[in-house]
Design a protein around this ligand. Structure first.
Ligand code: COA
Length: 261
């Protein structure tokens, strides 16, 4: 089985991130595969709804940190950017069933979903600052739009984890569900949506997104340029190495290496 598994039935395309041993951390090829899957789903008349979830006990721990070192994203046309633009243009209903870890992209990608069902045990986090990285997937615009600047600043600049209750209170989650029921509750909504008139659903979703679509695209372009530079920075390299070596980062090392240059 690959790192992404899909299954289609009764108008519902289920897409599972499938790297459970790595908390479904996303590699470059997974972003490309997902972008391709959403592209096909947009064109395939038999797909009316997409339900997105993760295998094992996590949604996703975000970008694979080793992959950041091996394949740092380019400013334009990166695998990440292909997926984020695909999500921005996707006009069929998108449901996320989330449990366990929803960290980094595991939180920001949810901003592109129409329904987010989260297990009571979900741990959300935007840890970018701790990795010397920046908000992505349009979250620099979508997060303050959803939760307000004061709360977005707290989430982005402090990078602290938060629970499902806090996520729901801030408007990031549709409903909190007991852990064993998350997929089933998400499927119930998927079935309801699959019986609705598909063209009208798509038109309604486009209308809901229209007021901020251009702004999100602009935010993504700005983020991608800055993010690409930041992944190549000494401080980010120190943060990635520290994660992989299972030790706390020492950003004074990055400062020393910058001074030595
Ligand atoms: N990139 C690469 N590998 C990752 C990963 C990531 N983003 N997240 C988890 N993993 C790997 C771990 O290194 C570990 O691998 P190992 O078994 O070979 O050592 C495995 O997945 C399980 O993770 P572990 O840390 O043991 O699980 P945990 O439940 O103790 O903690 C997290 C889970 C998500 C809190 C922790 O793994 C973490 O902080 N990951 C980084 C998340 C992150 O910063 N993502 C944003 C990237 S922009």
């Amino acid at each position: 089985m690959g790192d992404i598994v899909t299954e289609r039935s009764e108008g519902i395309l289920r897409v599972a991130l499938n790297r459970p041993a790595k908390k479904n951390a996303m590699t470059s090829s997974m972003y490309l595969d997902l972008a391709g899957i959403f592209n096909e789903a947009a064109k395939d008349e038999s797909v009316r709804v997409v339900l997105w979830h993760g295998a094992g006990d996590a949604f996703t721990a975000g970008n694979d940190i080793g992959d950041f070192l091996g394949n740092p994203p380019e400013a334009g046309g990166s695998p990440q950017s292909k997926l984020m633009h695909m999500l921005l243009e996707f006009d069929k209903p998108l449901i996320a069933a989330v449990r366990g870890i929803a960290v980094g992209g595991g939180t920001t990608m949810l901003l592109h979903c129409d329904f987010v069902y989260a297990s009571e045990n979900t741990r959300f986090q935007l840890p970018f600052i701790n990795l010397a990285l920046l908000p992505e997937f349009g979250s620099s615009y979508l997060l303050p739009l959803t939760v307000g600047h004061a709360r977005a600043a707290e989430l982005i600049l402090l990078g602290l984890p938060f629970d499902a209750g806090r996520a729901q209170e801030m408007g990031l989650v549709t409903k909190i569900v007991p852990d064993p029921d998350v997929l089933q509750v998400a499927m119930e909504t998927a079935h309801k949506l699959a019986t609705k008139p598909s063209d009208a659903l798509r038109a309604a979703k486009r209308l809901l997104k229209r007021p901020f679509r251009d702004q999100v695209r602009g935010a993504m372009d700005a983020e991608n340029g800055a993010f690409s530079l930041q992944t190549r920075s000494e401080e980010a390299k120190e943060a990635f190495a520290a994660f992989l070596e299972k030790r706390p980062p020492d950003f004074s090392r990055a400062m020393k290496s910058m001074t030595a240059r």
